[in-house]
Ligand binder design. Structure first.
Ligand SMILES: Nc1ncnc2c1ncn2[C@@H]1O[C@H](COP(=O)(O)OP(=O)(O)OP(=O)(O)O)[C@@H](O)[C@H]1O
Length: 575
């Protein structure tokens, strides 16, 4: 597993200095009760004002030193912990960005979000609070017992009774609490999954009147999470009164036996006062120690979850010595490509071979689940083929840098995804330095210009999250324009015309044919109207190409194509 200390190395300096300051702070605090005792024993009881003043000043100095050390240490450890978690979040995000879709599926989006936020926050708590407490608590407890022993060894026997009792309470709490932590994190993952899915699907939920069912489902997960958290808190909550009760009994014993010892002349009042303060310090140190015992496993569980992300070797990586195509034309070639989704029994694609040439439109049609989107994902190298190869301009795409490959493909996904921000910002994803003319040009071809011009703020119109303030067709046209801006040699449109009316679609296809005629155009669609003018049509069925040719050829020879056509066009249109 990724080593925590490797990630801590850049912060070693401030952390070590913070540890040093915490030690100074704890040691100074250990001296305060002793000074108080001396002041009472030798100053107050004898009326020696000078001595009281001297020790008062000493006390002030020690307290001041303790405060300065404490503030500086807290500042340093907090700064280091925050810097560390900022870097870690960035590292996790960068790593996740390199994941293949398979790795995304394996972790799940909710869990990835949780690991990047909540789990990293737990590690931060360990570094900041945990580090502080694990330095202070042992020094404070052991130091207090030693100091108390030096004041009165006989009375210190009270600690011999109390400390094992406290240790038993702490062990019990840690033993009971540990298994629950992982459960809490897992249940939080599950609750967030439901929350995320249901919030993004609120329209569908409403359309199907599923509010009450979904509310119940969320309630179930929420209650499950809450009950486990309560179980953890109940254990923590029970610990405090038990520790306080034990310590109060200890103080009672100290006062009781201490009183006798004072009456017998074996002890002074100041010593008893110091003794009580040391007992209190032992108590608070042990409470802190319990917290540390609880924080450490919780944070280590979280670190394990974060480590799983960092240790995942992305399936799709760039080659050591990447190849570049000699000349970029956008010639695509699939050669006997088979592909199984991880764990799948049957192939999603088998024996896929075809060529898509520059200047031609290759359309891919087929029933749902026939493998069209999978084919697009393979061309973009979201997955690698199980066997066979895919080449662009004669180079196997596994031998290219992913950036080189993807910069050659203008892509629109089946599910249109735009991001919050202005229309311009979204379009610039296609080409960072595109001029206004280039953006307008792409929008004109994608038939988006007209509706953008009608918007009051035009290209500065702000899109809400997921571009919910646009219609489905407007979103598709913008996504298409975004893909066109880069003027890439290959254009890959996955079901990108589905939300357009027939007139708009016809205008768009015409504009594409006129202005993108030198590109390799790959159009995935379920609509005959969209594919019938293509130079070649691939007909897919259960992961295979079962027909290849022009509309006319397939209409004569291919039963699957004939069936699709018959289901969509009337007799006159077919003729
Ligand atoms: N991430 C995935 N993990 C496992 N199986 C998957 C995954 N995505 C798709 N599949 C399976 O692969 C097969 C092909 O799916 P694909 O999405 O490529 O079909 P499609 O032809 O694009 O369908 P549609 O027209 O409905 O979008 C289907 O059987 C589907 O269940």
């Amino acid at each position: 597993m990724t080593k925590l200390y490797d990630h801590l190395k850049p912060y070693a300096g401030p952390i070590l200095f913070a540890i040093f300051l915490h030690i100074i702070r704890t040691i100074t605090e250990l001296f305060l009760p002793t000074i108080t005792a001396d002041m009472v024993n030798n100053g107050i009881t004898t009326g020696n004002v000078n001595y009281i003043l001297q020790l008062g000043l000493l006390m002030l100095g020690v307290a001041l030193l303790s405060s300065i050390a404490s503030i500086s240490a807290n500042y340093l450890s907090s700064k280091a912990a925050n810097g560390f978690t900022r870097d870690l979040r960035q590292e996790v995000f960068t790593q996740v960005e390199h994941f293949s879709l398979h790795e995304f599926d394996r972790f799940g989006t909710s869990s990835l979000i949780n690991r990047t936020t909540n789990d990293i926050a737990q590690v931060r708590t360990l570094l900041d609070f945990g580090l502080r407490m694990s330095i202070i608590a042992p020094i404070m407890s052991i130091g207090s017992v030693i100091m108390a022993y030096r004041r009165d060894p006989g009375l210190a026997l009270v600690f011999v009774v109390v400390i094992p009792v406290l240790a038993l309470i702490i062990i019990g709490v840690v033993y009971k609490g540990l298994p629950l932590f992982e459960a809490v994190q897992k249940k939080l993952d599950e609750m967030n999954l439901i929350l995320r899915e249901r919030l993004s699907g609120i329209r569908v939920i409403r359309a199907f009147h599923r509010e009450s069912v979904e509310k119940e489902r969320f309630q179930h997960k929420n209650t499950d999470y809450t009950l486990t958290s309560i179980a953890v808190n109940r254990i923590m909550g029970a610990m405090m009164p038990m520790v306080t009760l034990t310590m109060n009994l200890a103080i009672l014993l100290i006062v009781w036996f201490g009183g006798f010892r004072i009456m017998e002349g074996h002890m002074m009042v100041g010593d008893l006062m110091a003794f009580i303060q040391y007992a209190m310090q032992v108590m608070s140190a042990l409470i802190l120690l319990t917290r540390v015992f609880l924080i450490i496993p919780k944070a280590m569980t979280s670190w394990g979850r974060v480590g799983q992300i960092l240790d995942t070797v992305p399936e799709i990586t760039d080659p050591q010595t990447p190849l570049e195509p000699e000349a970029v034309h956008g010639h695509v070639r699939f050669d006997k490509v088979d592909f199984y989704y991880p764990g799948a029994e049957f192939p999603a694609l088998s024996g896929i071979s075809f060529e898509a040439k520059p200047g031609e439109t290759t359309a891919i049609i087929g029933s749902t689940g026939s493998g069209k989107t999978t084919l697009a994902s393979l061309l973009l190298r979201h997955y690698d083929p199980t066997s066979g190869s895919i080449q662009v301009d004669g180079v196997d795409i596994r031998d290219m840098k992913q950036e080189t490959l993807r910069s050659q493909v203008g892509y629109t996904a089946q599910r249109t995804l735009l991001f919050s921000g202005s229309i311009r910002e979204n379009l610039l994803w296609g080409k960072e330095d595109a001029t206004d003319e280039e953006l307008e040009d792409a929008c004109r071809i994608a038939q988006a210009k007209e509706f953008i011009d009608r918007l009051q703020e035009g290209y500065d119109h702000q899109l809400s999250q997921g571009a919910k303030n646009l219609s489905g067709g407007q979103k598709q046209r913008l996504a298409m324009a975004r893909a066109l801006v880069g003027k890439t040699p290959i254009l890959l449109f996955d079901d990108s015309f589905s939300a357009l009316d027939y007139t708009t679609e016809a205008r768009l296809r015409l504009a594409l044919a006129q202005e993108m005629s030198d590109r390799t155009l790959l159009v995935i669609s379920q609509r005959i109207n969209t594919v019938m003018e293509a130079d070649q049509i691939l007909v897919m069925d259960t992961g295979r190409i079962v027909g290849q040719g022009t509309h006319e050829e397939l209409l004569k020879t291919n039963p699957v194509y004939q069936e699709i056509v018959a289901s969509q066009l009337n007799k006159e249109e077919i003729a």
